[in-house]
Design a protein around this ligand. Structure first.
Ligand code: PLP
Length: 391
């Protein structure tokens, strides 16, 4: 049975065109782009082409694109660069629903004399922007707010937030790892100072990312080494993956309109199909302000992990909103920040689609999932209690 892959916010398949573009750089074109000879020089030219493709995707100038190893490195670099460039400022603002790449770094900094303001979200996952604005101070070194949430797909009003933050002369960074390639992301329209993206979320391979840094933004490198990336990120470039990312950026641009419209229709079909067939199912996240590919549902009174295991028997791949920490299944920090009730938070499942999904696959999931939930509920003492309450 072939895999029904609906976990594209976790990672994506490498597009065939991307693989083809990469292969020569894993075989004959192995030169170092920093070498003086023309064999290396040719590779440098291809790196530059990839830089231009990425820049086009996000509306940047190629000189503002720094290649990194992943979204996590980009996030870490951005936040560390901002605090290193503003050594007197000891305050950071971020949200309660960031990816661990930002969340755990800020928690780490909190233990090292930084004050962190965690901006809350409401029940639909929308950000309390006024709370953010009320907490901007002259001591704030950076504000980092994700463009779209990886678990719910909820999109934050980045344009407005960037404007308000930069009016105060404060650096604004956005983690756009989930947004790029799914919605229009333009660094100038949005007015951000720094933006992170990741190759493996847009059909490029794992191990390559990008940090966009607006010209004129104070910056200090995280990776100190050679003069690569104009001294902003030392280390010999991951040439094949960067070339692949260039191709993926080109493909993403071409998919933005029609491809994503089709993905949205598939997502909506899946959502309606499951909501119609499975009672006590809740949508997590704002229905209107969401990425077109993401669907997060809570099936009350069942464990997300159990659902995943039973779907796995049909080779259906999705994710749950729980994290297995020290033996206990805790609902994710995102579900907790949204105040999703305990009985629902444990049964949250994220489906994240891509341009490679089909209507047949969606219908297959709509057919297989209802009996799975029914079976799990029939074994759950909470469901029996819950259905008694409901009566
Ligand atoms: N930021 C967000 C919103 C993500 O969803 C992820 C990955 O899931 C990351 C950052 C980390 O990216 P990477 O896996 O490339 O380090």
């Amino acid at each position: 049975m072939s895999v029904i892959y609906m976990d594209n916010n976790a990672t994506t398949a490498v597009a065939p065109e991307v693989k083809d573009a990469m292969l020569p750089y894993l075989t004959e074109f192995y030169g170092n782009p920093s070498s003086m000879h023309s064999f290396g020089g040719q590779v440098a030219k291809n790196l530059y082409d990839a830089r231009c493709r990425v820049a086009e995707l996000i509306g940047a100038d190629p000189s503002e694109v720094i290649f990194t190893s992943c979204g996590t490195e980009s996030d870490n670099t951005a936040i560390r660069a901002a605090i290193a460039s503003n050594p007197d400022k000891k305050h950071i603002i971020t949200t309660r629903v960031e990816h661990p790449a930002v969340k755990n770094l800020c928690e780490h900094l909190q233990k090292r004399h930084y004050r962190v303001t965690w901006v809350p979200v409401d029940r639909k996952g929308n950000l309390d922007c006024d709370y953010l604005y009320d907490h901007l101070t002259d001591d704030t070194a950076i504000v980092s707010v994700m463009w779209a949430n990886n678990e719910t797909g909820v999109i934050f009003p980045i344009h407005e937030i960037a404007k308000r933050v930069r009016e105060r002369g404060i650096v604004f960074h956005t983690d756009a790892v989930q947004a790029v390639g799914k919605v229009d992301v333009n660094v100038n329209d949005a007015g951000v100072d720094m933006l992170s993206m990741s190759g493996h979320k847009i059909h490029a391979p794992k191990g390559v990312g990008v940090l966009y840094v607006r010209k004129g933004t104070k910056f200090s490198p995280f990776m100190i080494g050679g003069h690569q990336e104009h001294g902003r990120r030392g280390g010999t470039e991951n040439v094949a993956s960067i070339v692949g990312l260039g191709k993926a950026a080109e493909l993403a641009r071409s998919h933005l309109e029609n491809g994503m419209e089709r993905v949205k229709k598939l997502r909506d079909r899946l959502e309606q199909g499951l909501l119609n067939r499975i009672p006590n199912t809740l949508l997590n996240g704002d229905r209107e302000r969401r990425l077109p590919n993401t669907l997060n549902l809570s099936f009350e009174f069942v464990e997300g992990e159990a659902i995943l295991l039973m779907m796995d028997r049909f080779s259906i791949c999705a994710s749950s909103g729980s994290a297995c920490t020290s033996g206990s299944l805790e609902p994710s920090h995102v579900m907790r920040a949204m105040g999703v009730p305990f009985t629902a938070a444990h049964g949250s499942i994220r489906f994240s689609l891509s341009v490679y999904n089909t209507e047949e696959e969606v219908d297959f999931v709509i057919e297989k999932l209802p009996p799975i939930i029914e079976k799990l509920r029939s074994m759950s003492p909470f469901w029996k209690q819950g259905s008694c309450h409901a009566q």
